[in-house]
Design a protein around this ligand. Sequence first.
Ligand code: SF4
Length: 62
Amino acid sequence: MKVKIDPELCNGDEVCVQLCPDVFEMQEDKAIVKMEEVPDDLADAVREAADSCPAEAIIIEE
Ligand code: SF4
């Protein structure tokens, strides 16, 4: 799985960082993805973060 964040949509509320800090982190007032490829054991947490993102800014590519 690959994941990215649309910085135009991200509102910086940190929901994804709280749900999956292994993959997401804040950089200034936007969330960023820390890794190119998401390991399988973090995939469910990334999906939950994408489902929970109020801005629908998290884009998953499987
Ligand atoms: S949950 Fe969505 S809007 Fe909130 S910081 Fe993460 S990517 Fe940005």
